[in-house]
Design a protein around this ligand. Structure first.
Ligand code: GDG
Length: 463
């Protein structure tokens, strides 16, 4: 087994508390620790300094080495805020109206990728297998290839890949896709994303696309003088681990406090980074419609939205925050009673264990992104349920998870009245149907855990 090198924007360094980290950080660390020849995790330190040192800062933990680079303030603005978060993020989430494209930001994105490639190339051994993550580093393989790197390099995109004509709104779309083709294997969350890239390659580039016999397995693409494979690898969670944590947390102090605070009201829960892709405003509106149209729910349902602040440096995120503050205030102002508050809106984060306990208390998990690569909250909510009396997942058709969660109540988040109906259906669903739906979802989650995802990708990369 060759050494595994993982590249991601944020590196979870040895000192960081994994209780606050996402399941992905844990899974990647496990992947590195599990390699016989050890692993290297390379990326941004998360720090911005006036004059970044050229060479990476190193650390190690058992068989894992860490190497991180700082960004300069200009790089932080150009590469990270303006290009990754204000151009690629909205574009890939189909929000053309929110894009703020500037050539200087694109140049900064490319030059940070060049700088990172330069430093990484110096650390690589000839038989390392490299696995690059997410939209911050699409051009990295091409930059490594320019430096003579011949290693196997795979890429996994955590967010959706947009349809041809949406992607074409990016002035640099052709170069971005050409750079993507420098990888040996490109993994997406869903086969819908795979289709989006193949359509682009066929119609925009005039490349070749070869689907495997029987339609299952990686698609082969030939374009920009390169051949590569593209496939769907739906990311998942540590299903049994999360289920155990939730069962254990059922009697933890905070879970009990939450349950006591509800009395015999049903809890609807939403947990998201405060991001416009998550459809939180539509969700608030739908809850308001539900209370208006179905007065029987008034006083009997509490909606708790946990939304830690994210990307506060981007103006659209600040606007969203103002909008949600207003919506929560208006709904509570209009419907609250002296002994019941319809919306509990919390701009703070909780530990994974606390969240697991909260999910378990909730009768409904409300996950309504306007577009989402996968959405792990949907999966965590399902895994956290008590199988004897499970809650219902209400899920947007635009989350990657919708392709797998056949037991969810599937909604279109743009249709707020339909969303309110879905919510009503979930709140009034009989026990037998809740159990059947939960079992269907849980069977999928047991058959596809984060370990399956990781091993599936690495096996395909090695093949
Ligand atoms: C990107 C893609 C894709 C949330 N609040 C707290 C907290 N969380 C955890 C959740 C979950 C994770 O963060 C969020 O994952 P999502 O998948 O829901 O969304 P993104 O952050 O947008 O992730 C997404 C994912 O990458 C993986 O490929 O699924 O589509 O957009 O695990 O539980 N965790 C803690 N406290 C919080 O308050 N500890």
């Amino acid at each position: 087994m060759a050494r595994l090198v993982i590249v991601s924007n944020r590196v979870s360094m040895p000192r960081e508390r994994l209780s606050r980290a996402g399941g992905l950080a844990v899974a990647l660390r496990e992947a590195l620790a599990g390699q016989k020849d050890g692993g290297l995790w390379f990326g941004w330190s998360g720090e911005t300094v006036a004059e970044p040192q050229p060479a990476p800062r190193r650390a190690s933990l058992g068989k894992i080495d860490f190497a991180v680079l700082d960004l300069s303030p200009a790089e932080h603005k150009g590469f990270y805020t303006d290009f990754a978060n204000s151009t690629l993020w909205p574009l890939f989430h189909y929000r053309l109206g929110l894009i703020d494209f500037h050539r200087a930001a694109w140049e900064s994105y490319l030059s940070v990728n060049e700088r990172f490639a330069e430093q990484l190339a110096a650390l690589l051994r000839h038989d390392d297998v490299v696995w690059v993550h997410d939209y911050h580093f699409i051009p990295l393989a091409a930059a490594l290839r320019r430096r003579g790197v011949k290693n196997r390099i795979g890429f996994f995109l955590h967010i959706p890949f947009p349809a041809h004509e949406v992607l074409a709104a990016l002035p640099a779309h052709r170069q971005l896709v050409a750079d993507l083709c420098a990888y040996d294997l490109v993994g997406f969350q869903t086969w819908n994303d795979v289709r989006a890239l193949t359509e682009y390659v066929l119609h925009e580039v005039g490349g070749r696309v070869e689907r495997p016999d029987g339609g299952i397995g990686a698609v082969r693409i030939a374009a920009f003088d390169r051949e590569l494979r593209v496939a769907g690898f739906p990311i998942s969670i540590d299903t049994e681990g999360f289920a155990r944590t939730a069962a254990h947390e059922a009697e933890a102090e905070d879970t009990v406090r939450l349950r006591d605070s509800l009395g015999n009201r049903s809890l609807v829960i939403g947990v998201d980074r405060l991001d416009y892709s998550k459809g939180i405003s539509k969700r608030f509106e739908a809850f308001q419609i539900l209370l208006g149209a179905r007065p029987e729910h008034r006083g009997h349902v509490t909606f708790m939205q946990i939304a830690p602040i994210s990307r506060g440096e981007v103006s659209q995120y600040r606007q969203l925050r103002n909008e949600l503050d207003g919506l929560a205030g208006r709904i509570n102002g209009r419907y609250a009673e002296f002994d019941w508050m319809p919306v509990r809106y919390l701009n703070r984060s909780f530990t994974r264990n606390q969240l697991a306990g909260f999910y378990r208390v909730a009768r409904v998990g409300l996950v309504t992104p306007l577009r989402d690569g996968m959405n792990l909250v949907a999966k965590e909510y399902v895994a956290a349920q008590d199988g004897a009396d499970p809650g219902v997942l209400v899920l947007s058709r635009f989350a990657g998870a919708a392709a797998e969660m056949s037991g969810a109540v599937i909604v279109n988040p743009y249709d707020t009245e339909g969303l309110a109906e879905g919510l009503d259906r979930a709140l009034t669903m009989p026990l037998e149907e809740r159990r059947q739906r939960w079992q269907a979802n849980m069977a999928v989650l047991r058959g596809n855990t984060i370990t399956h995802w990781r091993e599936g990708f690495l096996a395909a990369l090695a093949a």
